[in-house]
Write a new protein. Structure first.
Length: 182
């Protein structure tokens, strides 16, 4: 499977290009595109971070995620395959259900990250439900079905969470990696 990457550097207050790319992913409606979001760090910061990284064994035993948070948004999509309905006679098929939009957050905050968000006054946009809060696998939010995702509030939430959960100082600059299977 080949992936096409589109990197977009942007300031949190100027997200127009990212919103357009998110709209493009949503319009695909095929489950073959997603967006990763990370805080922008100058090369020097990456070098310093690599020197500060814990050893593999310590990281393996750690109950926390990466120091630099990664947020991944997958837009909702319709499954293209068809499934046989056990209830219908004659083996007729019907379209499978829609897969809801999801947001994943890998972070270094450890246990009870959702409580830490609440204490910081950060709550998900309307129509998003917390589905998982795991120290290593991170947070998973799912959008309720049959309601279109509002992209601007979602992106604002992602930036706020990434800023609050970063293990290193971050600025107002971010990198969106738009990935599409080709």
């Amino acid at each position: 499977m080949a992936l096409k990457h589109q990197l977009i550097n942007f300031f949190a207050g100027e997200p127009e290009e990212v919103i357009l790319a998110m709209e493009g992913l949503r319009e695909r409606n095929d489950g073959k595109g997603w967006m990763n979001l990370v805080p922008w760090l100058p090369d020097q910061d990456f070098l310093e971070m690599s020197q500060l990284m814990k050893s593999f064994s310590r990281k393996f035993l750690s109950s926390k995620g990466p120091e630099i948070p990664q947020l991944t948004w997958v837009p909702a999509y319709d499954l293209k395959r068809r499934v046989k309905s056990a209830k219908k006679k004659g083996g007729q098929s019907k379209p499978a259900q829609k897969v809801n939009s999801n947001l994943g957050v890998l972070h270094p905050k450890g246990r009870f990250a959702s409580k830490q968000l609440a204490e910081a006054g950060i709550s998900p946009p309307s129509n998003w439900i917390l589905k998982q809060d795991h120290p290593k696998r991170g947070l998973i939010f799912e959008h309720i079905p049959n309601v279109e995702v509002e992209l601007q509030p979602l992106l604002t939430f992602m930036v706020r969470v990434g800023t609050a959960f970063s293990g290193v100082p971050v600025s107002d600059k971010w990198v969106a990696d738009i990935l599409e299977q080709v």
